[in-house]
Design a protein around this ligand. Structure first.
Ligand code: ZN
Ligand code: ZN
Length: 349
């Protein structure tokens, strides 16, 4: 079969490799759509994965074409997406149902071969059934949607909240759509890119703020009668936005950090005061899993898509063939290249 293998940082090659054979607890999936995750970009262009060579790609959907002998509940022809984490189920976190925090996990596309390929064998317990109505490329975006929902669960964000979302990548745009779907009345989107902010408006944001052109905190307070929003989700990982997220929260507000920064964060005095005197909660959100595995995040994302409450077409910007994977990662690395969710179709569109 055709697959994209990574041999070193910035070294991706489209190769002919052996088609996988499902183990007893696995299903063979014919991969119809696979997305680029924000985490794939540093993994492929900068840091490298945990093992080499590897087939990257962990946001995907496909059709069941083979069944291991111990698999039950699945039939040939079923449509599915796959939670990429393989938790150890032995560590303290796994035993407490906190699979996102597993200390000894495997992962399709970073520690095990992934889905930049025509086929992949996956554990049946990682699979989420997709409604017939859901196109495969939508199915490939259940992962970022589940990440957004996990942040809502972490921050206990409900329809009673007002919400600011910083960072309009795929997860940020799903957060806007999900916030609207659960009935939040006021949602403010913040980014530094006008094209991404237009997408946010299309996804349902009530207000958009370009924080490169105006002071996001001043604007958010203006829009909320001086109070700020009761929930703030920070998806960009930028330390500037992490500080602004605190300053944008109302008293008793919850700030959820999801965007990965890999850098230090210094709070100015005003932010420290606000955390103390406003009794703010600053909360971390990691990945998308809960108990029972893979979690309500995945079921809800898939079911909201089936009901048309989440619309990945508003987030997907590129639809390409598998052979274009190496060139896309080169472009991301070397050129000014606007994109949001990029989807590859290993068997054609
Ligand atoms: Zn991912
Ligand atoms: Zn574990």
């Amino acid at each position: 079969m055709k697959a994209v293998q990574m041999f070193a940082v910035k070294d991706l090659r489209v190769n002919e490799v052996e088609k996988p054979c499902p183990a007893p607890d696995e299903v063979l999936l014919k991969i119809y759509a696979v997305g680029v995750c924000g985490s794939d970009i540093p993994r492929i262009n900068k840091k490298g994965p945990h093992v080499l060579p590897i087939i990257p790609g962990h946001e995907f959907a496909g059709q069941v074409v083979g069944l291991g002998e111990a698999v039950t509940g699945w039939s040939i022809g079923d449509k599915a997406t796959v939670a990429p984490l393989i938790p150890c189920k032995r560590c303290v976190c796994c035993k407490g149902g906190l699979y996102s925090l597993c200390e000894d996990y495997k992962y399709y596309g970073s520690r095990n071969d992934g889905a930049f390929a025509e086929y992949l064998a996956v554990k049946s317990e990682n699979m989420i059934k997709l409604d017939e109505k859901i196109p495969y490329d939508w199915g490939a975006t259940v992962d970022p949607a589940a990440n957004a929902i996990h942040a809502f669960i972490r921050g206990n964000i409900t329809e009673k909240d007002s919400l600011t979302v910083f960072g309009m990548g795929g997860i940020g745009l799903f957060a806007i759509q999900y916030g609207k779907a659960i009935g939040i009345k006021t949602i403010i989107a913040v980014d530094i890119n006008d094209q991404k902010l237009e997408a946010a408006k299309d996804c349902g944001a009530d207000y958009i703020v370009n924080s490169r052109r105006e002071d996001a905190v001043v604007r958010i307070r203006e829009l909320t009668a001086g109070e700020g929003t009761s929930a703030v989700v920070e998806m960009s990982g930028s330390p500037i936005a992490q500080v602004q997220a605190v300053l944008a929260a109302s008293k008793m507000g919850r700030i959820v950090y999801l965007g990965i920064s890999n850098s230090e964060l210094t709070y100015p005095k005003e932010a420290v005061d606000r955390i103390l005197r406003g009794q703010l909660s600053v909360i971390g959100s990691w990945n998308s899993f809960s108990s029972p595995f893979p979690g309500r995040e995945w079921l809800e994302a898939a079911s909201f898509m089936a009901q048309g409450k989440l619309n990945p077409d508003k987030i997907i910007t590129h639809r390409l063939g598998l052979e274009e994977v190496p060139e896309v990662f080169r472009k991301i690395d070397q050129e000014p290249f606007y994109f949001n969710k990029i989807i590859f179709y290993p068997h054609g569109k």
